[in-house]
Ligand binder design. Sequence first.
Ligand code: AMP
Ligand code: MG
Length: 416
Amino acid sequence: MSALSVEAALERILADVGVGPTEGTHLAGAYGRVLAERILAPISLPPWANSAMDGFAVRAADVPGRLRVLETIAAGGVGRLRVESGTASRIMTGAPVPAGADTIVMLEDTESDGGSVSIATSARVGQHVRLEGSDIRAGEVVFEPGRRLTPGVVGVLASLGIARVQVAVRPRVAILSTGDELVEPGLPLGPGQIYSSNNHALIGLVVAAGGEPVDCGTVRDEPEALRAAFLAAAALADLVVSTGGVSVGDFDHVKDVVGAVEFWRVAMKPGKPLAYGRFGGRPFFGLPGNPVSCMVNFLQFVRPVIRRLLGDPRPFLPVVHATLRAPLRRSPGRVELLRVRLEREDGHLFAIPAGRHQGSGNALGMAEGHGFALLDAESTEVSGVVRVQLFDREFDDAESPAYGWGEIPAADGPCC
Ligand code: AMP
Ligand code: MG
């Protein structure tokens, strides 16, 4: 088993994967996907000059003054008459600005009696007019491949009239747990048995990474059963992820079964044993069985592969800087991924170790933490600012209310 740095392991793994295939999707199914084409605006936005207000379309030079009203233009309608000097057309928000008019005066600044309108204020040319192409010009590049389809991006595509887009195919990720001691949640525990958690945590991690999980259940610590299960998984998925059985224990058979796969000791804490290679023609990851190591390894090595397959130009977790609330002592040797909770106070981020302790078996740290503080291999005392890789981008903010605009009045009765 060879020893490798985290960077070297990642480099070896990423050298083996390229951008995956693409498919078309209707906009309704586009949220959360990764764009696989460059989007050029087929039309300008707005497509024509329109009114930003309910009011009157006028010539700026005519106001203040009293003007004859020609017609009313609703959103969805088109003015028939040209606004000449001394005239105005009543217009609603979103309606096209009629020919001849260069300015909109808002309804609140006018007084009309049906046939004519009095405007007491002066106006600037172009006031309350949304000009053609002022948001996006026809033909310009709006989005590049690799763009995450957030609700905002999907909204812009819809505004441009684009009904279908080319997106990266979600890689199917087969998930297998290995271990004779494992029992699915919901079933009674026998002597010596524990509940299998890795496959469940991995389902969420795969979905969050943009993949499609295929839970292949638990396999016994028995070479033939493992081989059959891994082959079946490789046949139905793009990527195979198994957990457990990659150490040096008597029943760690994964390495005997998967042939060309290499076994590495990655110099990081937690989570050193890692198997990676091709099995059944698919990239195969053998993650450690320990629940924390399993999640740490997934986030460091499998998630970037999924993001790479999806064509994400930035396949790594985002990193923020935070100040450790208290100094830490540690034993040097390997880089360490400390599970930390983040808190914001007076605009600064602070990091606090998460969970009851940092032992690699303490799964609470992954539930309560928002990220990994990345500690250098050689450090013995750590204080001050650390880099934190976020695995939970929506970290809650213990020090301030989630609602940012002041007190929310308490509800005073049942809602239904
Ligand atoms: P292994 O890598 O198979 O030696 O397992 C290391 C530790 O992780 C052992 O304590 C296992 O019981 C535990 N473990 C292995 N697989 C799972 C799993 N799917 N869910 C929870 N714990 C597991
Ligand atoms: Mg095991």
